[in-house]
Design a protein around this ligand. Sequence first.
Ligand SMILES: C[S@@+](CC[C@H](N)C(=O)[O-])C[C@H]1O[C@@H](n2cnc3c(N)ncnc32)[C@H](O)[C@@H]1O
Length: 214
Amino acid sequence: MKKDTTDMQEAADTMEKTARGPFAPVYPFLAERFYQESELKQGLCLDIGSGGAQLGLAIGKISNLEVIALDINKYALDYAQENAQAMGLSDKFSVLNADVIAIPLASDSVDLCVSRGSFWFWEDGIKAFAEIYRIMKPNAKAFIGCGFGTKEILDKVVEQMQSHNPEWNTKREKLFQDNPVEKFEGYLSAAKIENFTIEDTDSGRYIVFSKIAQ
Ligand SMILES: C[S@@+](CC[C@H](N)C(=O)[O-])C[C@H]1O[C@@H](n2cnc3c(N)ncnc32)[C@H](O)[C@@H]1O
């Protein structure tokens, strides 16, 4: 679905307000986990559907990794640049305004792929996962999903979001119901990604896979 400029700006503004507010504790928590499990000392991390890149930048803050934020919405990437500057991370940070189904990066070039809250919106799930797999280096890891870290963090987020948007949690739960795990298993199988696991917990869902070295 093509959005016009005003819609894109509004979507970016709304997401950024949420990311800087109620969602703020989520990113450092996820970043710590993904970075530790990547076992990387250096390399390139791609934050896919980054919004203001709070997740990618949280990884950049605790590591030597370079970070690229990719988003289809260029206004979200303006926030990402602003956030990188505020965190003093601009030297190791860049942005790509692109669709996940056509990532403008070379094959086998990324060490760690992360994504939070974006996969619901990908119009072609098979192409998206195949494209992520293409740009991953052999043995690179990907964490793609929508999570809040822990049930405690999620409960606090729900409380804050519901205070000005009473429908928020119902809509959040509907996203999970409308997009069951089997749907994503189908995308990954069709994209020929074999060794994946899907974690579906009370704090969210994460699809975890690594690229098999040929
Ligand atoms: C709910 S926001 C999440 C933003 C951020 N990851 C976070 O957790 O704060 C979803 C983001 O995915 C982006 N997005 C949606 N479809 C996309 C696509 N096909 N390719 C790249 N980005 C996409 C949106 O523009 C938006 O910034």
